[in-house]
Design a protein around this ligand. Structure first.
Ligand code: GP9
Ligand code: MN
Length: 421
């Protein structure tokens, strides 16, 4: 109801974080290139398998002053996996506790990043080497206001280049370029990679690193497709630099969710050389986040945050005031950024303490601790946040809301049908 909406708007206004003047507008008018890194977990960064780096390219970016690299950034997805990650970064709303918002709530009204940026003169597009109905994307993207959706029909889906969930990353990036070049600038473009996906099968002729040797097949394979994904990114970056896009685009790369589930703790203990139990498994929900802003000095950032925080972070970099929008994350670069990171199941982490399956831990040492008042308050905060976000999504509350200056999206205005040039 509209009463619920009032509660939500009051809450999000009261919990908002003021932009950091050092970064607000630092990327004004720049293109945005989002690179969705399928199943990429943060433990891979600087991990060595038999003395060899698995992701040498990403590792080089983690050290580079050209990128901010966030090493305490967490995925927050539920059953909607990839689509939940997308849902959070476009809306700063959580996915649902059960099922996928992309599948079940695509008829809702949204005030998503592509539509907000349209007001700033941006053209938006998604590139993905799978068919458009997967995760109900064709419906949801219209509600989010994406101008273009280049799905599998726009790619040469040669059998030998297609993996379980779509086109392999190298041909995917290569074939995306001509379509990317049709977009007027500034653009907001998202590239969804897919070949580093469970069960991580890959033609052995395409591999440049051996498998792991834990005896758990999907864990062992995980390193080979991660290396391939890393090489594909490096190739795409060559293009971005040569074309000049690198110098006039914000580039955001994020891992979408874990690749190795909690059913593989034994193998992960071997991978990490330390016993992986509930606490360590919780810490393993870190995914890499990299942000390149031309002219802004990067470096390693240790603040805690999650995917829900991406939208306010990005919009503030672009100089867009977000105070009128309903959002559940806070700008990672703001001094008021909130470091309590909810997981979709109600677990959470903070720099000092974590809660997994009802047990509290010291985040620094992993020791089990007795819950203090501060910890139970944090738990209530997490529940409140998730509940209010669920109210918005389940109740389609944004249909009652008209942010000042925002032009509502009409899904009928969009058509992603492939047309021969
Ligand atoms: C498929 C892809 C995979 O199009 O994005 O989604 P996931 O299985 O990771 O949720
Ligand atoms: Mn995924």
């Amino acid at each position: 109801s509209s009463n619920d909406l009032t509660e939500v708007v009051n809450y999000t206004k009261a919990t908002k974080a003021e932009p950091n003047p050092k970064y607000f507008g630092a990327a004004k008018g720049k293109n945005v290139i989002y690179l969705h890194l399928e199943s990429m977990q943060n433990f891979l960064i600087n991990y060595e398998l038999n003395g060899e780096e698995v992701t040498p390219f990403l590792n080089s970016l983690a050290k580079s002053k050209d990128f901010m690299y966030f090493d305490n950034f967490f995925h927050q997805v539920g059953q909607g996996k990839t689509s939940d990650a997308e849902f959070m970064l476009e809306n700063s709303l959580f996915g649902l506790p059960q099922g996928a918002a992309f599948t079940n709530q695509a008829q809702n009204t949204y005030q998503a990043a592509p539509a907000i940026l349209k007001q700033e003169g941006y053209t938006s597009a998604v590139f993905h080497g799978n068919y458009k109905s997967f995760w109900n994307r064709d419906k949801m993207y219209k509600a989010l206001g994406f101008d273009k959706f280049f799905d599998a029909e726009y790619y040469d889906m040669k059998e030998e280049e297609v993996a379980s969930y779509g086109l392999m990353d190298k041909p995917f990036f290569a074939e995306s370029i001509p379509n990317l070049e049709t977009l007027p600038q500034p653009f907001y473009a998202k590239f969804i990679t897919v070949s580093h996906h469970f069960p991580y099968a890959i033609n052995q002729e395409l591999t440049t690193i051996g498998k792991h040797t834990t005896g758990d097949a999907s864990v062992d394979n995980y390193f080979q497709t991660a290396r391939y994904a890393d090489e594909a990114l490096e190739e795409f970056f060559k293009y971005l630099k040569e074309s000049g896009l690198y110098d006039n685009s914000v580039i955001v790369m994020y891992g979408d969710h874990y690749g190795v589930s909690e059913n593989h703790m034994r193998a992960m203990s071997e991978v990490l050389g330390t016993e992986v139990g509930e606490f360590e498994n919780g810490q393993l929900q870190r995914v890499p986040l990299f942000i390149h802003v031309p002219g802004v000095e990067g470096g390693v950032k240790h603040q805690y945050g999650g995917q829900i925080d991406l939208r306010p972070t990005l919009l503030h970099l672009l100089g867009v005031d977000t105070s009128e929008y309903v959002q559940f994350g806070t700008d990672l670069l703001s001094k008021d950024h909130n470091e309590i990171v909810p997981f979709r199941n109600g677990d959470f982490v903070t720099p000092d303490f974590s809660s997994f399956k009802g047990v509290y831990y010291d985040t620094k040492t992993g020791e089990v601790v007795k819950p203090t008042e501060e910890m139970t308050k944090a738990k209530e905060f997490v529940e409140m946040k998730l509940n209010l976000s669920d109210k918005v999504v389940n109740g389609d509350l944004l249909r009652f809301y008209e942010p000042e200056g925002f032009v509502p999206v009409d899904p009928n205005d969009y058509d992603y049908t492939y047309k021969e040039e």
